[in-house]
Every structure is written in C-alpha cells, then in structure tokens.
Design a protein around this ligand. Sequence first.
Ligand code: ADP
Ligand code: MG
Length: 313
Amino acid sequence: MGKRVVIALGGNAILRPNQEATFENQLANVKTSTDLIAEVKKAGHKVVVTHGNGPQVGNILRQNEEAKAFVPPLPIDVCSAESQGFIGYMMEQTLKNALKLADVKGEVVTLLTETEVDAKDPAFLEPTKPIGVFFTEEEANELEKSKGWVMAEDAGRGYRRVVPSPQPVKIHGVSAIKALIEMDTVVISTGGGGIPVVADEKGFLKGVEAVIDKDRSALRLSEQVDADVFMILTDVPNVYLNYGQPDQLKLEGISLADANKYMAEGHFADGSMGPKMEAAIAFAAQGKESIICSLDEAVAALRGEAGTRVLPA
Ligand code: ADP
Ligand code: MG
C-alpha cells in the first residue's frame, strides 16, 4: 500500500561541507538525492519533498552584501524566496529526469511557499540565528546604527547579523499541495523552512526578516498534509545514544516513550539532531511514524528495515 510521505532533505543533500558552491556541484548532489526520491515514488508512495537552504541563502546574502554599491540589497525573506526557487529548480528538473529514466508516471512541481509565524513569537525579542557574512567590530557597530540589525560575535571569527528563528505556525498553500498529491504529482515545498511571513489582525501578509528551522517547518507540513510518514533524511544512517563516544548505540525502531526519555537525557545535540528528534517525536505523538535515516536507506527505512524509526506505541 502506498503511503503519503513527507521527505525533508538536509543541507548535505545540496552542498557538502568544504565543497565549492558551483551550480554543477550542487546539481550533481541534488541529482543523487532525487534519484533516491524517484525510488520512493516508484515504490508506490505519494511524495512531498522539502529541504534546507543554509549555505545557499548564505551565499545569496553574501552576493547582496558584496554588490551593494551597484544593486540595492534585498531583505532576507526575498533571499529565502530566491533560494527556494533555485533549489526547487534543481530538484524539479533532476527528479523529472529520474522518473522518466525509471519509467514512473507523474508530474513534479515546485511551490514557492510562505510559512506564517506569529508576530508575537518571543523569538522576535531575542534574535539568535547567525546569518550571512562576517563583519569587523566597527562595521558591526555601524550596521547596528544604520540598519537596526542585531549583531553578535561568532566564535572569535568576527561579527554576524543574528535574526529571529520563530516557530512555524502555518504552511500556506496546503490545499493545493493535497490536490496535487492526489493527482500523483510530487510536490517540492517549504524549502529552507519557507518564506517567513506574518499576518496582521485582518489576515494581510507581510514578509519578515527571520529564518525558520527547516525540521520544524517540515513537521508542520507533514501535519497539515496528513502525511502517514514523516522522513528526515540526513548524513547519518541512524540516531545514536552517546553519539560519537566509544559506547555509541544505534537506535532502530523505538517507542515514543523511549524517544522522549532519550531526549530528556540530552543525547541529541542542539542545532543538529535535537530539532530533528523533537520534530520526529511530535509527529509520532499524533499516532504516526517518523523516520530519521540517510538518503540511500530511505526505501529500506520505509519498509522498516533501516534508519531510526520513532513509533507511536
Ligand atoms: P542536516 O543538514 O541534515 O539538517 P545536521 O548537521 O543539522 O544535518 O544534523 C545531522 C548531524 O547531527 C549528524 O551529522 C551528526 O553529526 C549530528 N548528531 C548530533 N547528535 C546526534 C545523535 N545523537 N545521533 C546521530 N547524529 C547526531
Ligand atoms: Mg540542520
């Protein structure tokens, strides 16, 4: 039986650490990922794909900064939209080609997705997420005065702008996504966590300078499209207890209760596995299955033969 699966791809699926950010390198990585997504589709599942955008939006912000004497820099929500389009284009094209090669029917579409956040989210009072290029202390002071940016020292490497990372409240366009899934279309949506927007009292939307965690948005997307399975594909085959220690222990099928216990014991690092496990637990708590695994084990993990699976009971 085909399941409705939301697949969240990590940054490594697009650009590996220390790799040059050429279009060719990124397209080749994306092709590796979409070849595997084509296999999931071929296995009879309905697929919605979402993805990170950290390095890509970082480079777009840098282009804006470096070229500001010639072209006015654009706000972060616009840079986020640009990165969604750029990554979505690479995914859509490589996935179409992979499906054609495998003789699998079905369209692929990329949606430019807005993610609504609450203007009263406490994250707006305390920006924490560093983005874009490094500045000197003098430049940082100047930017705080001229643009009202919040700047923070980053691990002795210089100063960076920090922006809020609010919780995603609502992914826009979900009824369209659901209709497309039913038409056997693979949908690419909510890239980079989605373009952050807030609604006023009357419901009118406006972009905000923030970034939304992609694992949190992927969870919202999974809930809103009524997914059966929420899959987070990353660069490790499993989640581990005592990760990186000589006694690290691989987690396979685990109960919600155990997942919560391990979470409380602090096995999952903030900013990497922490948000993934948090999202996986929240989805499983709704009576469904979450999977965290590596890209190449996605199909096996859906059969229950690989990866770390958080099970509702
Ligand atoms: P992505 O780009 O896919 O979001 P991240 O780097 O944010 O990837 O998260 C995956 C990383 O989480 C792994 O490469 C690993 O180094 C780290 N990690 C932290 N704690 C754990 C754990 N308990 N088990 C497995 N990986 C962990
Ligand atoms: Mg990450």
